[in-house]
Design a binder for this molecule. Structure first.
Ligand SMILES: C[S@@+](CC[C@H](N)C(=O)[O-])C[C@H]1O[C@@H](n2cnc3c(N)ncnc32)[C@H](O)[C@@H]1O
Length: 281
C-alpha cells in the first residue's frame, strides 16, 4: 500500500529527529513542526517549558484536575518529542504517549527522562495513524493537542472514536481540532497539491524537509463540532465545546465556552464518556 501523503512530513521529521546527538539539536532542526519556534538559540528546556505552562492551564480550564489525578492513567494522542508529556507525567500516575512516529517516541522518552518523570511514562506507536492499541476503558483521560487537524478527516474521526473507546465510562476526553478559517480557500488547495507532490521521487523527500512546504502539507482537514459529535456524541455526556471568543467553531450544537488562550482557528471537544445505564442530568 502506498504510504499516505499526510503521514509523510511527520515521518520525515521523525527520521531526522533520530539523527541528532542531543534533544537541543532536535528542537533546533525539527522543533518548528511542534510549536513554530525556530533559531539556533532554541533549547529543549525552553521547548518543554511551553508545555509546562499549557498543561496545567488546560487541565484547570477543562476541570480535569482532581484529588485522584495522580493515581490515574492518561493517553496523549500525538505526543511528538514530549513537549507537553513531561508536564503530564507530573500530573498523572501513568502517561501513555502515543504518536505516529517511533523516532519521536524515542525522543519523547529522552525528553521525559530529563524534564519529567520517566517512571510514569509508557509509549505507544500509532502505526496506521488511526488505531490506539489499547484495551477498551483503560484510561481516565484521552488528550490530544494540535494533532487531529493534521490527520485525514477519516483518521481524525477514527482517532476521536478510539479516544472514546479507550476511556473508561466516567472518564474524560479533551480533543483539539481546527475549524474552518478565512485563508482556507488558498491553504487547503495548496496543501492538497503539496501532499500529492510528496510522492514524487527526489522532489517529494526534499519537500518533506522544507518548513514552508510542510506547513501547507499538514493542513489535512477542517472539522466542525457537529461533524465530530455526529461520530462520538452518542457515547458522551457533559459535552462542552471550547473556543477563542472570536473563534468561529460553527455548527456547534453543544454548550460552548470561550477562553482567549485558545488559537482562534482551533476548538476543543471536552466531555465525559457516558456511564452505561446512567440517566442524563
Ligand atoms: C504539531 S505536533 C504536536 C505535538 C504535541 N501535541 C505538542 O503540542 O507539542 C503533531 C504530532 O502529531 C503526530 N501525528 C500526526 N498525525 C498523527 C496520527 N495520524 N496519529 C498519531 N499521531 C500523529 C505527529 O507525528 C506529531 O508528533
Amino acid at each position: 500500500m502506498a504510504r499516505r501523503a499526510q503521514l509523510i512530513p511527520w515521518k520525515s521529521a521523525g527520521r531526522r529527529s533520530e539523527q541528532y546527538a542531543s534533544g537541543d539539536d532536535v528542537v533546533r532542526t525539527t522543533g518548528w513542526v511542534f510549536n513554530n519556534a525556530t533559531g539556533r538559540d532554541v533549547t529543549l528546556e525552553e521547548f518543554v517549558e511551553t508545555g509546562d505552562q499549557e498543561v496545567p492551564a488546560y487541565l484547570d480550564l477543562f476541570g480535569l484536575r482532581g484529588p485522584h489525578t495522580g493515581d490515574q492513567t492518561m493517553v496523549e494522542i500525538g505526543s511528538g518529542i514530549g513537549r507537553m508529556t513531561c508536564a503530564f507525567t507530573r500530573e498523572y500516575g501513568t502517561v501513555i504517549a502515543s504518536d505516529l512516529d517511533a523516532g519521536f517516541l524515542e525522543r519523547c522518552r529522552e525528553t521525559v527522562a530529563r524534564f519529567g518523570k520517566a517512571d510514569q511514562l509508557r509509549t505507544l506507536e500509532v502505526a496506521d495513524g488511526r488505531t490506539l492499541d489499547l484495551p477498551d476503558d483503560s484510561v481516565d483521560l484521552a488528550f490530544s493537542y494540535i494533532t487531529l487537524q493534521h490527520c485525514d478527516p477519516d483518521d481524525a474521526l477514527e482517532l476521536a472514536t478510539e479516544a472514546v473507546r479507550v476511556t473508561r465510562p466516567g472518564g474524560s476526553i479533551a480533543l483539539n481540532f481546527r475549524g474552518r478559517s478565512g485563508d482556507d480557500w488558498i491553504v487547503l488547495p495548496v496543501g492538497s497539491m503539496v501532499r500529492a507532490m510528496l510522492h514524487l521521487p527526489g522532489l517529494g523527500p526534499w519537500l518533506a524537509r522544507r518548513r514552508w512546504a510542510t506547513r501547507f502539507a499538514w493542513q489535512a482537514n477542517r472539522l466542525r463540532p457537529d461533524e465530530v459529535l455526529a461520530q462520538v456524541g452518542p457515547d458522551l455526556t457533559d459535552v462542552v465545546v471550547w473556543r477563542h471568543p472570536k473563534g468561529r467553531a460553527e455548527g456547534v450544537g453543544a454548550t460552548t465556552r470561550t477562553f482567549d488562550g485558545i488559537n482562534p482557528a482551533h476548538w476543543w471537544l471536552v466531555a465525559k464518556v457516558t456511564v452505561p445505564g446512567a440517566t442524563a442530568a
